[in-house]
Design a protein around this ligand. Structure first.
Ligand code: HEM
Ligand SMILES: N[C@@H](CC(=O)c1ccccc1NC=O)C(=O)O
Length: 368
């Protein structure tokens, strides 16, 4: 029978291939000159990161696959959420792990740095795959001496990255899912008109608060009122498809109009039971983005501590390049921007009863 061997005994050492694993730390300093004590730490740190990258990629690939299976779509959402939570927990650990790297002093790093040239983190394929799978596109990246970041990789690896960038990243899958959300069509309820009125009420109240202030001078009041904006300034993009599309066309946004309105609705009405999971999903994506940004900053900060303003072994400007990637390589910026479109609960347009009922739990709808 095929199952017979299923429960044969196995030893820890064999199951986890410990011998193979522990044979992989080979100090170049020892091979080419004098062994540098801290190089072992340097190698283990990177190998541990690559293992976590592998786990993150496993989770992201499975999440993308679940998003593509339209038939059982909604049933998959909880699994998607749990796996994305796992990704953010791993990134939290990756951030913490930088501390261990920082137990190496800059002088100790110099004992073996020369042996590393011209290798660098630029050449981590798994890191690039994580970025691409989340949705970072070539055009959104910092340029590397005017050349593509892909030049660090073999032709086959470049094709792999091209494939991901062509479509099917998590960003695009989430965008498609948002566009298909059924509650975009509220029967007989014009959400956007009600929202516009609510925005104007909110802004009017904020203006009143500014003008009534005992602490602000008249000049400050005028300035703040001007800066405040209203439904004819930055809110106007979500109120008009044309205006939103112009913004996207000029590269100031990426998420489609329908997806943006859906994300706004999910955030505003997140307490309706049916929207709980969609809300948590969007929140998790912004968490992953923020954590990855924090990792980039922490890495850049560590680089400043280790090599100051020296150029990197990979040929970049080093710290300067890395700190710029932290701001530029954000992926779910549009989801963070939803916060600037929110209005207080007290201003929230009331949903017609039929809509409110269909967003509640089935068993509380009176139909059970
Ligand atoms: C002493 C410790 C480290 C130093 C001084 C350092 C330095 C640098 C520098 C200068 C760069 C820019 C590329 C270049 O010109 O060389 C870079 C990129 C990178 N490093 Fe490190 N690094 C360190 C540790 C790590 C660790 C532990 C990881 C974990 C995998 C890592 C991952 C990366 C990645 C993924 C990039 C590419 C970032 C991007 O292009 O967005 N580095 N590193
Ligand atoms: N780029 C670093 C060297 C370095 O950190 C590194 C070298 C080889 C393999 C991985 C590395 N880690 C991250 O960039 C430097 O310029 O010192």
């Amino acid at each position: 029978m095929k199952d017979e061997g299923k429960y044969t005994t196995i030893h820890y050492q064999n199951y986890l291939e410990i011998d193979a694993l522990l044979s992989l730390q080979k100090n170049r300093s020892a091979a080419l000159g004098e062994n540098a004590h801290d190089e072992t730490l340097f190698i283990i740190m990177h190998q541990a990161y690559e293992l976590w990258f592998k786990q993150i990629l496993t989770e992201l690939a499975s999440v993308c696959k679940l998003f593509r299976e339209e038939r059982v779509h909604e049933d998959n959402m909880n699994t998607v959420l749990l796996r994305l939570k796992r990704v953010s927990t791993i990134i939290e650990l990756m951030i913490e792990q930088i501390k261990v790297m920082e137990t190496m002093t800059p002088l100790d790093f110099l004992d073996f740095r020369d042996y590393l040239f011209p290798a660098s983190g630029f050449q981590s394929m798994q890191f690039r795959m994580i970025e691409a799978l989340l949705g970072l596109r070539e055009d959104d990246r910092m340029t590397y001496h005017g050349k593509s970041y892909k030049i660090a990789f073999t032709e086959q690896q470049q094709q792999q990255l091209d494939e991901i960038e062509k479509g099917g990243s998590l960003f695009e899958l989430v965008e498609g899912w948002l566009e298909r959300t059924p509650f975009l069509q509220f029967e007989g309820f014009d959400f956007l008109s009600a929202y516009r009125a609510a925005v104007d009420r909110m802004v009017a109240r904020e203006k009143e608060a500014i003008n009534k202030s005992d602490y602000l001078t008249d000049r400050m009041k005028t300035m703040r009122t001007k800066m405040l904006g209203d439904s004819s300034t930055y809110f106007k993009h979500v109120l008009s498809r044309e205006s939103h599309d112009e913004l996207v066309g000029s590269g100031q946004g990426r998420l489609s109009y329908d997806a943006t309105v859906a994300a706004l609705l999910i955030n505003l009405y997140r307490d309706k039971p049916i929207l709980n999971i969609p809300f948590n999903l969007l929140a998790e994506l912004t968490t992953i983005d923020a954590l990855l940004t924090t990792w980039r900053y922490r890495h850049a900060q560590m680089v400043m501590r280790m090599i100051g303003n020296k150029i990197g072994t990979g040929g970049s400007s080093g710290h300067e390049y890395l700190s710029q990637t932290a701001e530029k390589h954000k992926i779910f910026r549009d989801l963070h921007n939803i916060s600037s479109l929110l209005i207080p609960r007290s201003e929230l347009p009331e949903l017609p009863e039929g809509v409110a009922r269909s967003l509640g739990f089935y068993y509380s709808s009176g139909r059970a």
